[in-house]
Design a protein around this ligand. Structure first.
Ligand SMILES: Cc1cc2nc3c(=O)[nH]c(=O)nc-3n(C[C@H](O)[C@H](O)[C@H](O)COP(=O)(O)OP(=O)(O)OC[C@H]3O[C@@H](n4cnc5c(N)ncnc54)[C@H](O)[C@@H]3O)c2cc1C
Length: 459
């Protein structure tokens, strides 16, 4: 039975409803589902619904969790008890050609919806790689979008946000109004003390051309290729996204291997292609088992490729680190992540963030010159323990060259690392204490909240 409270345009679902589990979990991307369940779910359709939801939660004494795109690997939106406000049915994108600013609701899918909308208008926003990720969770944690190395974190393009506060009020936050909320919205992730109902984003001109270089190798070439990569990354222009992916290669042996990729966004196709020249200097190139050299690419093709790499209805375990240290040490320590594959569809990425830029004043405050993330993707839940054990062992090897981690690929119920500078973390606690003293909004979902933002081996 469905209860529709008169105060809502959307729907309030409770455990008494036959489809309650589907409402709680149906929009969670990861098929590895939690056993946690909220007291109720509000499927909000309007800003007024969100306001009414926060007021209802205050009446009932509920904590509020939020869901935009449902892509948090660790299903952060699903908590035990309280109200889940799901923004999936709250839709809207509009663009102002005079300012180049696009306004979008948080459940907008960055690649599948926002990008094609902007392309029609000759504009681009560097949203997440997988097209179905919601802009809500993505932007709040910083946002590692296309060519983050050159264009910066996606949240750096926020010009304003509309926020429902713990008091049940709707406010605008930007550099000069409610600046504490604006600072926190760019990096606090799931501890943001409010519900963002609209993001105001600066867009850029659509790239005039995109070119893609891909070089595939067997595991034996890893040390040589990565040693070269660490040196070459300094010489590759800033319009090139540089990623090395460890995965099963679709060759005749189906063996683990790795691919070096350069993705150039240029003013023209010729500019993009020329930006990839350095990849031809890879000393292991004669031993590559597959090469695509500066081939033209489209945004639509890139999106399809991402959908294939991240299949729906699969179980995922993920973890990640920001790397620091001598390249020779780093390369040996990350080797197992790239040369062993626990599952056919599992993969790891090494992403260059070199040269590392100073960050603007925002909650997102920790990154280094290179990032590694690993994604264990599998279909049989019985495999979980084996994959967990492999991942834990591989990341223990990386620990001596680990500076911290990125919220976007983290699961604090598995492992807790530093994700902000200590100064930013303290400042965030002060913003939360001021904006949400009663703890209306759910915070980080952690195995041990006391040791949040600490590298566990330093404790
Ligand atoms: C297949 C896949 C590919 C990915 N690729 C990338 C990538 O390329 N780059 C990258 O940076 N990340 C990537 N991620 C990680 C992804 O960006 C994060 O998981 C992000 O949190 C997803 O946002 P969402 O809105 O879809 O998730 P949700 O699960 O809906 O949101 C996550 C959490 O953020 C908070 N939140 C969300 N919306 C709001 C809001 N409006 N107001 C207040 N709090 C809110 C809530 O705490 C919520 O539980 C990927 C994830 C997946 C599953």
């Amino acid at each position: 039975m469905t209860q529709t409270a008169p105060a809502f345009t959307g729907r309030l679902a409770t455990p008494a409803d036959d489809d309650f589990d589907e409402v709680v979990l149906g929009r969670v991307f990861n098929a590895r589902r939690p056993v946690r369940r909220p007291d109720a779910v509000l499927l909000a359709r309007t800003e007024d619904d969100v306001l009414a939801g926060v007021r209802l939660a205050a009446e009932k004494g509920w904590t509020v969790a939020v869901r935009s795109g449902g892509h948090a690997w660790a299903a952060w939106s699903v908590r035990d008890g309280g109200l889940l406000i799901d923004l999936g049915d709250f839709r809207g994108i509009d663009y102002d050609a005079a300012t180049g600013i696009v306004r979008a609701t948080p459940s907008t899918k960055g690649g599948e919806e926002l990008s094609p909308f902007l392309e029609e208008r000759g504009r681009f926003f560097n949203g997440g790689h997988c097209p179905t990720v919601g802009i809500g969770g993505f932007l709040l944690q910083g946002g590692q979008g296309w060519n983050q190395r050159g264009w910066g974190w996606a949240a750096e393009n926020l010009v304003a946000i509309d926020v429902v506060t713990a008091d049940g009020e709707l406010v605008r936050a930007d550099e000069s109004h409610n600046a504490d909320l604006f600072w926190a919205a760019r990096g606090a992730g799931p501890a943001f003390p409010g519900i963002v109902t609209r993001f105001h984003l600066r867009t850029r001109a659509l790239p005039g051309g995109i070119a893609h270089t891909v070089q595939a190798f067997r595991p034996a070439e890893f040390t040589e290729v990565m040693t070269w990569m660490y040196e070459a990354t300094h010489r590759i222009p800033g319009n090139v996204e540089i990623v090395v992916v460890g995965k099963h290669l679709p060759d005749e042996h189906g063996e683990p291997g790795f691919v070096v990729t350069g993705l150039a966004f240029g003013d023209s196709l010729e500019h993009a292609q020329a930006s990839l020249d350095v990849f031809r200097e890879n000393p292991a190139l004669p031993r590559a088992i597959g090469v695509k050299d500066a081939a033209p690419a489209t945004l639509a093709e890139l999106r399809e490729e991402q959908l294939r790499a991240n299949p729906e209805d699969h179980h995922y375990l993920t973890d990640n680190v920001w790397l620091e240290g001598e390249p020779s040490d780093v390369v040996e320590r990350i080797r197992p992540l790239f040369t062993e594959r626990p599952a056919k569809k599992a993969f790891s990425i090494w992403m260059s963030n070199t040269p590392t830029r100073p960050l603007p004043d925002m909650a997102f405050s920790l990154h280094t010159g290179a990032y590694v993330a690993t994604y264990c993707c599998y279909e049989d839940p019985a495999e979980e323990d084996a994959h967990r054990a492999w991942m834990a062992a591989a990341l223990a090897e990386v620990q001596p060259v680990t500076a911290g981690q990125y919220l976007g690929d983290s699961d604090f119920t598995t492992r807790q690392l530093r994700f902000m500078t200590d100064e930013a973390y303290q400042r965030l606690q002060a913003v939360i204490a001021h904006r949400d003293p009663g703890g209306r909004f759910a915070r980080y979902l952690a195995a041990d909240p006391e040791t949040l933002n600490r590298n566990h081996w330093e404790l």
